[in-house]
Design a protein around this ligand. Structure first.
Ligand code: G4P
Ligand code: NA
Ligand code: NA
Length: 190
């Protein structure tokens, strides 16, 4: 998606070997107009999959996921990383190991919000090693729902997440695909 690539070139900052900082439009400050355009594009790419529900993980997946759900006219559910006091005891949980933070998080979804037979679209901000998506896949499986697509805002093709999802036979769509960082410059895959 050219619009997104242009924005990454303009506002993204490369940190070290393998991290892209995009906190002025996606990960901290959020550009709602851009998020609406990303949501519209995900909805277009996955409309034929007959999605019943959009699923993401807090916090940075929420903005693109909610606009995707708006355009598909379905609910959006975000997995929580911390047990909330108001969350019921009946939850699906999965462990997600974060390579960037070197820690394991639990992700939690209340059983009321993901149901047997539902066709689920996962949306996330980054695809790196694919651990977050894998955790969400476990939750979708446990619920007896069907994972019919994975929409990623920014994929880093040089990390192992994409291969993992391809091997699982999933319909994956990434709006920007980064193949390398070279001297602080972003290179996109074609
Ligand atoms: P994985 O899910 O693909 O395995 O990714 P990893 O463990 O490496 O990433 C952990 C966190 O870092 C995730 O956010 C993920 O979205 C984010 N991340 C991965 N690569 C990049 C990157 O190049 N740039 C930025 N800005 N983030 C990256 P999270 O911990 O779930 O946090 P949140 O922002 O969603 O709250
Ligand atoms: Na994320
Ligand atoms: Na993040």
């Amino acid at each position: 998606m050219k619009l997104l690539e242009d924005r990454i070139r303009e506002d993204g900052r490369v940190l070290g070997e393998d991290v892209l900082k995009v906190d002025n439009f996606l990960n901290h400050q959020v550009d709602p107009k851009l998020m609406a355009q990303l949501g519209e594009e995900f909805a277009r790419l996955f409309r034929d999959e007959k999605i019943d529900k959009v699923l993401t993980v807090e916090s940075s997946g929420i903005a693109p996921a909610v606009f995707t759900a708006l355009d598909l006219d379905v609910p959006m559910v975000f997995a929580r990383k911390k047990q909330s006091l108001t969350l019921s005891a009946e939850n699906y949980t999965a462990d997600v190991f974060s390579f960037t933070k070197q820690e394991t998080n639990h992700i939690i979804v209340d059983k009321r919000f993901i149901n047997e037979g539902e066709r689920v679209l996962l949306i996330d901000d980054f695809l790196a090693n694919g651990q977050a998506v894998q955790g969400m896949m476990e939750i979708v499986d446990a619920a007896g729902a069907e994972l019919v697509g994975v929409g990623i805002v920014i994929e880093k093709t040089f990390q192992k997440g994409r291969q993992l999802l391809d091997e699982a036979g999933l319909h994956v769509e990434s709006l920007a695909r980064i193949s390398a960082f070279n001297d602080g410059q972003v290179e996109f895959a074609d």
